[in-house]
Design a protein around this ligand. Structure first.
Ligand code: GTP
Ligand code: SPV
Ligand code: MN
Length: 613
């Protein structure tokens, strides 16, 4: 058992403050030993072998998926747990009405209890990591302590881990501490042992953030954003607080680079809620000639005003933790190809020849496979083969679309920002915001149909401002004010803002828009707007294409369908405006006056449209 400082045996040069923190966590959690991760391939392969031997991972057929593994989690641990996610600021008002708040002192007591002895019988891994290219001006450091080897190998794909980040920390750079335990000790307080299980976790879960002291403590889950603490916990919840204090933005956005037919390059960021198409858009293959797309990031953007006065974005991550179902040669070939080797799959189906399969991967499902819960599966068995939130973990460099600029520490200058969500009605295919303030209003009022990325009822419409509902580390209304402030700083150098909706349906429930590669078409229109090449029509939601300007060449779409994609019903919009008012009222006097003003202007546009009808 690890009860004294010396047994932590840190590598040479690690500052005493780091050693003290690791020792303190070891004293609390009482692991059998401490392993400082160096990030090497040997270390990774040792952990893979160990997890295969222990049943956590299944090695896939090396002929079909070299370097690939399958993990199956427990059915109770398949997604982020928003109800168990807490912002522990000193003041409840700091967390705001959209976050679960807990008093920091009280949460510390709870954590001290649940973490006490939680790593008994296990190894405690210390993972130094960098979010963003190591040493970059926008990048930041952290150390995750975890008792899950699955987390170690996943963090190695998703972030930059090991000796480089440890050296930067040792040189005195600031870092964020993040402690994770699956909460399944193998030895109890009286020394009784129990065998390990394939997916250790605990029914009791706490995903906690301390914004004032910039700490993360996560207990009870081994899955995704609950456990890979560099991702949502650090790069969004804690980073959004840092960003507010330091004048930048930490966003739930993909980043892509588009080169137009005349060689002009645009950089685009887009915020869509979880499982609403960021990974797909990040690897867009345009169906219109002359446009080329490169991927910079698929989930998170850190954006800062640069020396040129423009907003510059980096992808703080190094990998993709993406939704598997629906990924196919038709929808996202680039992504599918990236998954051909060196990928960890979680909760997908296992075919009889040792490959993976999920709903939507092929038109013809395999005749038999083992489903995500380890049971025999046939196409007619009435169950899904892959969990709807099953995911792949893959290094970003494996995408053939990855941009040569993706690791530029200075980031890429952002020309355009999209806000979107899943809306079967009301929200048009694309519309341009009238101003930065209007764009912030559009971002603040995004609502979207719930997906399987978190617990809850799939399909329920919920507000998801800036796609940040589960990820903003402070009061959402203050976050809106921060966006407005940043707009004033950027002035006429600010990116142009558009709202998009790929998910509109007709009366029979069919998609009105083909989506995927064809999303290049509305984006082309947005870029032509920025270049001043096309006019627009001013409508309720913003500026939409003049008929004929949206490129639908070669597309099998009727004029009636196009009209339906842009239909704006003033009555439905008036109803939504009322809902927005009620929504804003939840934030009391924190709502920036500029957003109330935007609501008033929206109501005027609705009234004007009704009067003209
Ligand atoms: P997180 O990783 O949870 O933040 O999600 P994400 O936004 O990266 O989601 P992703 O790109 O993985 O999309 C998830 C789902 O959206 C998949 O089932 C896709 O098939 C579906 N999807 C993506 N783009 C489109 C589109 O243009 N049209 C339609 N109809 N579905 C889409
Ligand atoms: C999301 O839910 O938005 C994700 C997956 O990107 S997770 O990392 O689990 O948060
Ligand atoms: Mn996400």
């Amino acid at each position: 058992m690890c009860s004294d400082v010396t047994s932590v045996s840190a590598p040479p040069g690690v500052p005493q403050s780091v050693v003290d923190w690791v020792s303190e966590v070891a004293r609390l959690t009482q692991p059998d030993g401490v392993h400082w991760c160096d990030g090497s391939i040997e270390e990774r392969d040792r952990l893979y072998d160990q997890m295969v031997a222990g049943g956590t991972l299944i090695k896939l057929n090396p002929q079909l998926r070299p370097g690939c593994y399958l993990a199956r989690s427990l059915p109770s641990d398949v997604a982020r747990v928003e109800a168990r996610t807490f912002i522990c600021s000193e003041l409840e008002s700091e967390a705001g009405p959209t976050n679960n708040w807990a008093a920091p002192d009280q949460m510390r007591q709870t954590l001290a209890q649940v973490f006490s002895g939680s790593m008994r019988g296990r190894t405690m891994y210390v993972i130094p990591f960098s979010m963003g290219p190591l040493g970059g001006d926008i990048s930041k450091l952290g150390i995750e302590i975890t008792d899950s080897p699955y987390v170690v190998v996943s963090m190695r794909i998703m972030t930059r881990v090991g000796l480089g980040p440890l050296a930067a920390i040792s040189a005195g750079q600031p870092w964020v501490p993040a402690v994770h335990s699956v909460g399944y000790p193998l030895v109890d307080g009286s020394g009784q042992t129990r065998p390990d299980v394939a997916w250790p976790c605990n029914e009791e879960k706490y995903i906690t953030h301390f914004p004032e002291t910039r700490e993360i403590w996560s207990y009870g889950s081994g899955y995704g954003g609950n456990a890979l603490l560099g991702k949502k916990c650090y790069a969004l919840r804690i980073a959004s607080v840092l960003a507010r204090d330091e004048g930048w933005l930490a966003e739930h956005m993909l980043i892509l680079r588009i080169t137009g037919p005349n060689g002009r390059v645009f950089n685009l960021c887009a915020a869509f809620p979880s499982a609403c198409g960021k990974t797909n858009l990040a690897m867009l293959r345009p169906t219109i000639p002359g446009w080329k797309v490169e991927t910079v990031g698929d989930d998170i953007a850190w954006m800062r005003p640069g020396p040129d006065g423009r907003l510059h974005a980096i992808n703080p991550e190094a990998g993709f933790f993406g939704v598997a179902p629906g990924t196919s040669e038709k929808t996202n070939p680039t992504c599918l190809h990236a998954l051909s080797h060196d990928t960890i799959f979680t909760n997908v189906g296992l075919t009889d020849d040792g490959d993976v399969w999920w709903e939507g991967m092929t038109d013809q499902p395999p005749a038999h496979l083992i489903d995500w819960q380890g049971q025999d599966w046939t196409p007619d068995c009435g169950r899904v083969a892959a969990h709807p939130n099953s995911r792949f973990t893959v290094n970003a460099a494996q995408a053939e679309s990855i941009s040569p600029n993706w690791e530029d520490p200075a980031g890429v200058p952002v020309d355009v920002i999209l806000f979107g969500g899943r809306r079967s009605s009301n929200v048009p295919l694309i519309s341009e915001s009238y101003s930065w303030e209007h764009g912030v209003f559009v971002g603040a009022t995004v609502s979207s149909e719930q997906t399987a990325a978190a617990e809850g009822t799939v399909g329920d419409l919920r507000r998801d401002p800036f796609a940040m509902l589960p990820f903003c580390g402070y009061n959402m209304a203050d976050y809106w004010a921060h966006w407005l402030d940043l707009g004033r700083t950027l002035g006429d150098q600010a990116p142009r803002i558009f709202q998009v909706n790929w998910f509109r349906r007709d009366a029979e429930g069919n998609w009105l828009w083909p989506g995927f590669g064809d999303n290049s078409r509305p984006i082309e229109w947005a870029l032509r707007r920025i270049s001043g090449e096309v006019a627009a029509r001013d409508v309720i939601s913003g500026r939409i294409p003049v008929p004929g300007d949206l490129n639908v060449d070669g597309l099998d779409i009727t004029n009636a369908q196009l009209d339906a994609l842009f239909e704006l019903d003033p009555k439905a919009w008036a109803y939504e405006a009322d809902l927005t008012q009620t929504y804003f009222e939840r934030f009391g006097d924190k709502v920036p006056p500029a957003l109330w003003d935007q609501l008033e202007q929206l109501r005027q546009r609705i009234a004007q449209t009704e009067a003209e009808a």
